[in-house]
Design a protein around this ligand. Sequence first.
Ligand SMILES: [Zn+2]
Length: 159
Amino acid sequence: MARVKPGIQWYIDINKLRVAEDLDKHPELVKALGGYYKTFVKWAGNQRFTYEENIQEEYKEFIDFIENKKLYNIDYKSWKKISEEVFKRDNYTCSYCGQVGGFLEIDHIIPIFKNGTNDLNNLTTACRKCNRQKKDKTAEEFNKWKRNKNKESKIIKNG
Ligand SMILES: [Zn+2]
């Protein structure tokens, strides 16, 4: 990431105002951000170097940033040990689509972003595809989202 040069602080301040303005148009993002609102405005303001940023994309990047930052508060060795335990417990099966083996990842049932923890009971096995789609959704929200998506594709096929 580019180091902030002296003299561009004004530019960052303007960017922060623009982020806040963009958020005004997206109450759903404000709601999702909750207590992270100010952190997001600061983060996105610092990142913006063009005027054509997409606030929804920024929000997604921000979630990744927070999730990774919090995740890496655990040292790699401990995380690896926890991961192996979870994979084994779940029989190396994605708990969302049932895929066995392949690229498996650890999913936070309640995302860290929504104050989920790294406790074993908040961790489950997910294939890469499911994990990418789930993102900041809770397990419950994700299952609902998947059901709706299936309905939509059936309508398209049959319609
Ligand atoms: Zn899956």
